[in-house]
Every structure is written in structure tokens, then in C-alpha cells.
Write a protein that binds this ligand. Structure first.
Ligand SMILES: [Zn+2]
Length: 283
């Protein structure tokens, strides 16, 4: 280990240890993440953020492995001060900003950050984003927003529910808008974000609170805990309604496969297409 690397690791030891812990805890659960899906991040100070690297699994994260380091303050400024409608190509602008924000730490491998780095830059110190089968029962249900309201009212937590958008810059702008809206109307930013037909985000300045929130929301969203959140005949994947959404639902499909639910031929076909086309760049 060289001096620069050991200085970095020593300086941020506590946060990197917590970052590793939340990543591995969530990453050890196949009902929370599948393959390289999901991502975590940790703000190390007022400028640097460690975020899971694309192509790695959450349980591979260690204080010195499987993450990229970004200047999140730069990325945050871009998302907070740019009108997305003014950009010719929102996704291109977002990925070029993420590239510019990359920070090379001597001695650590230079890895590509998750494509979802944008929204991580906007949130609290610890961010845990997964594709959990339980919360996704809710995010994929027609009555999802209603169920989310019920769960979160019981938990007395601030939350947001964002519509399906392919992961990337446009989704980050949407999360920023939801965040600002919650701050304006309720006086505080959401600690939980439901992403329609996609997954869940929990965020906190404390690592254990972040893990705990994530766990509680999933417990509440599970069929057992909510009593009757779910009627299978009303369960509609939104593929048909939302253009281009069919490629990002490994978690839902995993659930369906794991539990052997009998579903329509059209949906099975959709599942097959999604599994075969789930791109590594979205991990
Ligand atoms: Zn995701």
C-alpha cells in the first residue's frame, strides 16, 4: 500500500467501514439485490463520495475495493442548477458530468461509477438503493402510490414516489424535483424514495438508520405484513404503459421466478426479453 492510498484509507476509515457494512449487508440478500444490481454510496466529506462501481456486486465492496470516488459536490451542483429541458441530450450531459467528477486516488483501482451516481450525489451521507422483491411488489402495482402512502404514514417517514424513467440523468432530475417538492411541502427531504417499477432508495446521515429504514420499508411492503396489499389479478407490470421500461426489472422477475407465480404468456415473454437484455451498464 502506498502513502497516498493509506492516507486516504486512514482518513476515511470510519465511513468506508460503514459503507462496506451497509453494502455487504444488503448485498448478502438475494431478495434485495440480484447479481450486480443495486448500489450504495457514502459521502466521505463535503466533496468526496465513494459509490459502488459498475460491474461489481454489493457484497464485493470493501474499504479499498469495488467503488469509484467522485466529487459529488460538482455533480450535485449540475443537477441542482440545470434545467434539463435546456439540454440537447440529457443522458450525454449527465454522463459527461459524472466523468468530469471522477477523482483518482493513487493506489486504488480506477473504476467506473454506477450509472445511478447522479441521484446518490443529491441525497444524505449514506445511500442504499436496491431492487427488492418486497418493495417492488408495491412499486409495480397499480395501487403502488396508495400503498406507499399507507406504509409511510404508519412509519411517519418522509418519502417520495417517482415515476418510471430509465436509470440515468433524467431519473436524477426527477428525483431532484421530488426531493425539492417534499422539502417545500413538508419541510424536510425524503428519507425513502420509491421508484416505480424499479426499486427503493433509503438515505440517512447514519449508516444503521439507512439500513434500518430499508429493512422496515421492505417488511411493511411484504404481503404478510400489510395483510392485503396485493391482488394478483390487479398486478400489472407497467411495461405496456411506459415506453422503454422493460429492460430494468430483474428484481421483479426474480421474485416471480422464485415464487413460481403463474402469469400470462405476454408477461412471461416480457420477462424472457428483459433477462436476456439486462445490460451490465445499468448495474
Ligand atoms: Zn436501480
Amino acid at each position: 500500500m502506498n502513502d497516498v492510498q493509506s492516507t486516504f484509507l486512514d482518513l476515511y476509515e470510519d465511513r468506508l467501514t460503514d459503507f462496506t457494512r451497509i453494502s455487504r449487508t444488503a448485498g448478502s440478500r438475494s431478495d434485495y439485490v440480484q447479481g450486480g444490481g443495486g448500489n450504495t454510496s457514502c459521502k466521505l466529506d463535503s466533496q468526496l463520495m465513494a459509490i459502488k462501481a459498475s460491474g461489481f456486486r454489493l457484497d464485493q465492496i470493501a474499504p479499498d475495493a469495488a467503488y469509484a470516488v467522485l466529487d459529488y459536490s460538482k455533480l450535485r451542483l449540475f443537477y441542482q442548477n440545470t434545467n434539463s429541458a435546456s439540454l440537447d441530450d440529457v443522458e450525454k450531459a449527465g454522463s459527461s458530468q459524472a466523468k468530469d467528477a471522477a477523482v483518482i486516488i493513487d493506489g486504488l483501482p480506477v473504476l467506473r461509477p454506477s450509472v445511478e451516481a447522479g441521484f446518490h450525489s443529491l441525497l444524505d451521507t449514506y445511500v442504499l438503493h436496491t431492487h427488492p422483491v418486497y418493495a417492488n411488489l408495491l412499486t409495480c402495482a397499480v395501487e403502488g402510490p396508495e400503498l406507499a402512502a399507507r406504509i409511510m404514514t404508519d412509519m411517519k417517514m418522509n418519502y417520495a414516489f417517482v415515476p418510471y424513467i430509465n436509470p440515468g440523468a433524467q431519473l436524477t432530475f426527477e428525483i431532484d424535483a421530488a426531493r425539492k417538492n417534499a422539502a417545500d411541502t413538508e419541510g424536510k427531504q425524503p428519507s425513502v424514495i420509491f421508484m416505480q417499477n424499479h426499486g427503493l432508495i433509503a438515505t440517512s446521515d447514519d449508516a444503521d438508520t439507512c439500513l434500518d429504514l430499508h429493512e422496515k420499508v421492505n417488511n411493511s411492503a411484504s404481503v404478510k405484513k400489510t395483510g392485503r396489499p396485493f391482488k394478483w389479478n390487479r398486478f400489472q407490470m407497467l411495461h405496456q404503459k411506459i415506453s422503454g421500461s422493460q429492460q430494468h426489472h430483474g428484481s421483479n422477475h426474480t421474485f416471480l421466478i422464485q415464487y413460481g407465480i403463474s402469469i400470462s404468456l405476454r408477461f412471461r415473454l416480457c420477462t424472457l426479453i428483459s433477462w436476456s437484455s439486462f445490460p451490465a451498464r445499468w448495474q
